[in-house]
Design a protein around this ligand. Sequence first.
Ligand code: ADP
Ligand code: MG
Length: 338
Amino acid sequence: MGEFDLIKRFFTRATPRAVLGVGDDCALLQPKPGMQMAISTDMLVSGRHFFADVDPRALGHKALAVNLSDLAACGASPLAFTLALSLPQADEAWLEPFSQGLLALADLHGCELVGGDTTKGPLNICITVFGEVPVGQALLRSGARAGDDVYASGTLGDASLALAQLLAQRNGDAAPLPLCAEDMALARQRLEWPTPRLALGLALRGVATAAADISDGLLGDLGHILERSGVGATLDTAKALGLLGAPHRSAQAAAQLGEPAMRERLLQHVLSGGDDYELVFTAAPGQRDAVQAAARASQTPVTRIGQIEATPGLRLLDAQGQLLAQRFQSFDHFGASA
Ligand code: ADP
Ligand code: MG
């Protein structure tokens, strides 16, 4: 199978929304009057962002999901995407499920594959997504103001917990946390099949003052909001710990939640674990009802976990309101721990 057969067979589809899709030198998109285009790119590198032997269907899903998550964070709705693919070989048994996972999520959100590039090389998937948002209504990182509440959607920490368990398994090490099989399956689902919070992002237009998606960990991504907005925040770590999904259902882990070391390890996953693709956002206290209405409308739970303050920096409070001294790091590809 040659390059063009491959493109035709797996990545060429009808594109009723785009003016022109795959097959020419450029795709053509026509934004509706009064709309701005929201554009974002994310690259997934084998061995860096995923195990080379991961289920290709899940990989296809995730490659697009992480890009859609950026649109969600901006309150934009998806229009189209391009796919730049580097593949070691044209393996149909891999391409078939990969394209199915990718295009099933694309269809779910009406996001059309309009072009891309295909080359031979190490497995590498780069997607650029195009969305639209009414002029001036995009949610930005820069809008947080002192006094705003800080919220996170869904659950946090599950994806990085699953990754830690999988890495331990691969290395033949003891499991870092006592997760039952059912909870491990849930956590792994969160790692491999993330849900972009598009409906929530849309519902938060005009309600949230700032937003970001959580790809590198809550502290790091909230940190981007603080920096861009020129503010600081305090976070209630007891509330944040309540955001942990799977291990709460795990009887064994729940029993150990009282242990300080276990508690700290779980908190580390919640605060610094990446790959959850939830939204962290801020809104004025006067908008609490509107935030809950947005959560209901989008069927996405949101939890208030802190407060924006004028003083720069991020302060973590324990259940007693005492300042926590621990330092938690978010993921940084060129950071010391990467
Ligand atoms: P060019 O050489 O002009 O860059 P190509 O020959 O690489 O174009 O690609 C031919 C057409 O196929 C283009 O419309 C391009 O956007 C599309 N395409 C290439 N690879 C992919 C892919 N992986 N997914 C979707 N479309 C693709
Ligand atoms: Mg060309």
